[in-house]
Design a protein around this ligand. Structure first.
Ligand code: PLP
Length: 409
């Protein structure tokens, strides 16, 4: 029997930006007996899930659900719409945008990876990893593409490596203002069900998401939300695809079934997650994350440390990146906090490795979880010799006292 006994007492604090802590209600739902995925009970469940997930994406169009992590859904988005050698325009917001670009290249696509040039003087970190997508750069590039070689614009909505939530409506406007036919593909793996995401209103053609973030499920299922245009384009796309092929999935989904064995028990969890998110209402869920995020930022500001996201207009409601002073290895601080306080924080990824750590404020959290999390960070930073300007815990408590939640958290 598997035992995880390195956490001898109390509950481990899983404050990474996904996988997020899973509510007991979801874990219990997942413990129900596995049923026949071709039987009538399953079909009814499938139809309910597909309707619920459309509401979360804010779309009236099909959503494909894969028994795969988010990386699979990235591949599905490209494999269903692109042909070998097609050019895609991608934007370097951080490590996840970088990995998606790498995948596109591996799949035989040409990529252009644009970014705001320059490095931040204060932190020495790349600007485009601190500010998110600059839609004007996309518009400029698309206007120059008079032959319409660019087939898709791919951006990350909530860049989990930095804590920046880019303005997707602005990217849509950029494409429209250039009168360019490129598809808009958006990775909202860590945005969905925590940061506002509006598939139809923002004119997104393919959205990619995963289970283990805002939906508060364990890892293992992922999504492609589609537009009618994406489905149309997919008919002529020539990249090889089989497991990922939308057509068969969309067809079988009409009866609530899948072409192959779905992750039955994760889908029970999804059923519970959708009930929870929709019971609270999307607006409440987004407001809850915004409030937590503002509290955590107040704490980081009180410490006197820079926040990785340097543009207040695009602070992530899902996570906050904390930049450590030059000479202090953020990863060593993170490891110390884990060893001393049984608190997991997100590591710095790629270009920001060792320069920052990430505090996740999503999933099964409440105000006191976050007070404890910030407490663990504060103790760890002090133990690592970082001189703090003031108490982040006090700032967070003040924030929560001054901004009571409109709803039970
Ligand atoms: N994109 C973003 C924004 C992510 O946060 C992640 C994972 O954290 C991924 C893609 C990759 O997803 P997965 O690890 O589920 O394959």
């Amino acid at each position: 029997m598997l035992t995880l006994n390195q956490h001898p007492t109390g509950r481990h604090f899983l404050q990474i930006p996904g996988p997020s802590p899973v509510p007991d209600r979801i874990l219990r739902a997942m413990s129900l007996p596995t049923i026949d995925h071709r039987g009538p009970e399953f079909g009814a469940l499938g139809l309910k899930l597909l309707a619920g997930i459309q509401r979360v994406f804010q779309t009236e169009h099909p959503v494909a659900i894969y028994p795969a992590s988010g990386t699979g859904a990235w591949e599905a988005a490209l494999a269903n719409t692109m042909s070998p050698g097609d050019l895609v325009l991608m934007y370097e917001t951080g490590q996840f945008a970088t990995l998606w670009q790498k995948m596109a290249t591996r799949l035989g696509l040409k990529t252009e990876f644009i970014a705001e040039p320059g490095t931040c003087e204060q932190t020495g970190l790349p600007f485009s990893w601190r500010r998110g997508v600059n839609a004007a750069l996309i518009a400029e590039r698309l206007r120059a593409d008079t032959g319409h070689q660019i087939r898709a614009v791919c951006v990350v909505h909530n860049e989990t490596s930095t804590g920046v939530t880019s303005d997707i409506a602005a990217v849509r406007r950029a494409i429209d203002s250039a009168r360019h036919p490129a598809l808009l593909m958006v990775d909202t793996i860590s945005g969905l069900a925590s940061a506002d995401y509006r598939h139809d209103e923002w004119g997104v053609d393919v959205a990619i998401s995963g289970s283990q973030k805002g939906l508060m499920l364990p890892p293992g299922i992922s999504f492609n939300a589609l537009s009618p245009r994406a489905l149309e384009v997919s008919k002529g796309a020539r990249l090889p695809r089989s497991f990922w092929a939308w057509e068969e999935i969309v067809e079988m989904n009409k009866g609530g079934y899948w072409p192959y064995t779905p992750s039955t028990n994760l889908l029970y969890g999804l059923h519970e997650a959708l009930e929870m998110v929709l019971e609270h209402g999307l607006g409440t869920v987004f407001a809850r994350h915004q409030r937590w995020a503002a509290g955590v930022r107040a704490a980081v500001n009180a410490w006197g440390l820079p926040i990785q996201c340097a543009d207040a207009a695009v602070y992530s409601p899902v996570l906050t990146g904390v930049v450590t002073p030059a000479g202090v290895d953020a990863d060593a601080v993170r490891k110390l906090i884990h060893a001393r306080f049984d608190l997991s924080l997100g590591t710095g990824l790629g270009k920001v490795k060792g320069r920052m750590f990430r505090i996740g404020h999503l999933g099964d959290c409440n105000d006191l979880t976050l007070v404890a999390t910030v407490g663990g960070c504060e103790m760890g930073l002090k133990l690592a010799g970082v001189k703090l300007a003031g108490s982040g815990v006090q700032a967070l408590m003040d924030h929560f006292a001054e901004h009571p939640s409109a709803h039970a958290v």
